[in-house]
Design a protein around this ligand. Structure first.
Ligand code: SF4
Length: 184
């Protein structure tokens, strides 16, 4: 159980990114760090997942959030479209942020190189880099690539995860037949 924070803005702009609405640095909702941590602790989650958008385009904010999470006993997983080696060479703010991350999932999304087995990542180049031992037993290749699908009472369908176009077509057929049955 985790709290996920999507950072607004991504300067990388991978072709085929599923979150193009997060490319622009404008938009989003400004939230105080303390409020995020209080909500996460009250919800009883194990940690925060920082995703985007690109968390490392806002290293000071990311560092503040990760530092507060650690102080509250929460683990920190961060996704980045930059590779670890490049982040390490960048600047002090970025290195300070990295120092508060337990597990970094790195690398840009490559739409020509889809991941079909490991959980949480979209393309085969992306790596799980353990910066502490906190998640050392997590094995994405065993979790497989799971998809959560929620159908709301009003018929809205929410999908979290990665579906290829054939699977999306199957989902469309399934949900339209479900709606037909419900209507009967
Ligand atoms: S780094 Fe992530 S959020 Fe940014 S464009 Fe690539 S896939 Fe999208």
């Amino acid at each position: 159980m985790r709290t996920a924070i999507w950072f607004q803005g991504c300067s990388i702009r991978c072709k085929g990114c599923i979150n193009p609405h997060l490319f622009s640095p404008r938009g989003g909702t400004q939230l105080p760090v303390a409020g995020i941590i209080d909500d996460a602790v009250a919800a009883g989650v194990e940690g925060l997942t920082l995703i985007g958008g690109e968390p490392f385009d806002q290293p000071d904010a990311g560092c503040s959030l990760a530092t507060a999470a650690r102080a509250a006993g929460l683990g920190v997983i961060a996704f980045s479209g930059y590779e670890y080696e490049a982040l390490r060479e960048r600047d002090d703010s970025t290195r300070a942020f990295l120092a508060k991350v337990d597990l970094l999932v790195d690398g840009p999304y490559q739409d020509w190189n889809p991941e079909t087995d490991r959980a949480l990542v979209g393309s085969g180049n992306q790596r799980f880099i353990h910066l502490t031992d906190r998640y050392k037993d997590y094995r994405p290749e065993l979790a497989r690539n799971r998809v959560d699908i929620r159908v709301r009472p009003d018929g809205t369908i929410e999908v979290a995860g990665f579906l290829d176009s054939a699977a999306l077509d199957d989902l469309g057929r399934l949900t339209s037949s479900t709606r037909t049955l419900r209507g009967v």
